[in-house]
Write a protein that binds this ligand. Sequence first.
Ligand SMILES: Cc1cc2nc3c(=O)[nH]c(=O)nc-3n(C[C@H](O)[C@H](O)[C@H](O)COP(=O)(O)OP(=O)(O)OC[C@H]3O[C@@H](n4cnc5c(N)ncnc54)[C@H](O)[C@@H]3O)c2cc1C
Length: 525
Amino acid sequence: MKWNAWGDPALAKPLSDRILTLLTSVFGELQHVDTPDAADVVLRPSALTPDDIAALTAAVGAENFSTADADRLPRAGGKSTFDLLRRKSRDVQDAPDAVVLPATDEEVAAVLAVCVERRIAVVPFGGGTSVTGGLEPIRGDFAAVISLDLHHFDQLSKLDEVSREATLGAGLTGPAAEALLAEQGYELGHYPQSFRFATIGGFAATRSSGQDSAGFGRFDDMIRGLRVITPEGVLDLGRAPKSAAGPDLRELFSGSEGTFGIITAVRLRVHPVPAEKRHESWRFPDFATGAAALRAVTQNGTGPTVIRLSDEVETGLNLAMTDKIGGDQVSGGCIGMTVFEGTADQVNGRHETTRAALLAAGGESLGDEPALAWEHGRFDAPYLRDGLLANGALCETLETATDWGNLDRLKGAVTQALQATLQETGTGSIVMCHISHIYPTGASLYFTVIGAQRGDPIAQWQRAKNAACDAIMANGGTITHHHAVGADHRPWMDQEVGELGVRVLRAVKAAVDPTGILNPGKLIP
Ligand SMILES: Cc1cc2nc3c(=O)[nH]c(=O)nc-3n(C[C@H](O)[C@H](O)[C@H](O)COP(=O)(O)OP(=O)(O)OC[C@H]3O[C@@H](n4cnc5c(N)ncnc54)[C@H](O)[C@@H]3O)c2cc1C
């Protein structure tokens, strides 16, 4: 993964002339962006003392410890627009004081013990794809901060075909985990857009939601067990599929974002690799009609694996940027996608009942082509953001969820807040939205925002992001449906869970991490 951009450098693409023309026609002249090379970046020097280094090296071995800039820089943050803009700075950049790569639970425990004793903060690092400041190297009240990289935890340690459960190491990336399961005919079916780089531990720590959530559920729905190493001891959670033995502690540690402990292994529900797959694309006259159609599908439980709906703006921009989506068949309205998986009988049944529900709700079939094209390119869009940021545009995504009855109000309020604040910073904006995760009682809303950089783009986006978060809270949304809280959403956590809820989270933290070394400045206000 690149230190200052998304993904695999070999897949990076410069912006096409078509997109550059579109940008200047909407936003006018774009400001020049200075993009330093890695060699020009200055990191704050490591604050670890020789005794700290000796103790950490003793815990993991010299080959698994580094204070080199080349190791610290790629772990200096995640992949939000804030992170990527910070990487462009020629001022001294924050970075962890060292990178530590334990390979066993015992080594993790030893590292935590050193950090408690020597007052060093710990930021767990999975795939490095956080978009909410979850990886910011915040020292807090501590003398130094290390990045604890989980990538040695890369085993499929158990596959129980009878129970259809697999125990996977926290450091396995999405593709690595799926490859190990596929060798034995199984899959997880968890495909967030960050799939190629994010890890099993990161998915659990952030309650990730993949594009196939309609069929296979969110990642937290798949969790059957967790192994968590805390400064106070080890937790093996999940004795049975369900239990009435009090509150479910798996739920407490899912989404704990490295603040309660280090997840080293996750036991997950798996399913046989589906035998059949079918695609169908849709056009709806407007977003409200499309949303009502998706609601009918989820409330009747007709079983698509993927179902998504772009609003009018997202549909229009996709059509303007590519010839592929929808071809000549679409002008105006909103495009939707469906994918069905399972045995041949299951696919037939799921497709026919979903199709009937969408047709009855005002959908018009566009055949399989646009849905196949979407699936083919479904991990590519983030590369576009790098080109936009490098060419003087602003681009970021944010997300929330609410009940169906409140969806329109929330969408309108967030759109308006983004447009108004970006206007105040001197740029027009394109605010697009889609639904990609649906439930019988509600759905997520995923916004993509494009504007022009004017002056300091970090300050500019912070203003817009603050306004969007305020609008989310004032209009009945959750501060995050799947991106997690990190440092960026933390100021809204007291509104999300209430003052007593914050005290509950702090009490849990005090029990498992009394010195507070684990990921300070994240999640818990
Ligand atoms: C382009 C792009 C697309 C994305 N698309 C989606 C999407 O479709 N759906 C979605 O849900 N999210 C998405 N995300 C957000 C991100 O990929 C997820 O939050 C992902 O689950 C993080 O996994 P990771 O392994 O990269 O974790 P990291 O980014 O390394 O860490 C995330 C947080 O979890 C903590 N953490 C990581 N591993 C562990 C561990 N083993 N134990 C304890 N704490 C740990 C970290 O300290 C940090 O606070 C996207 C991000 C990007 C950049």
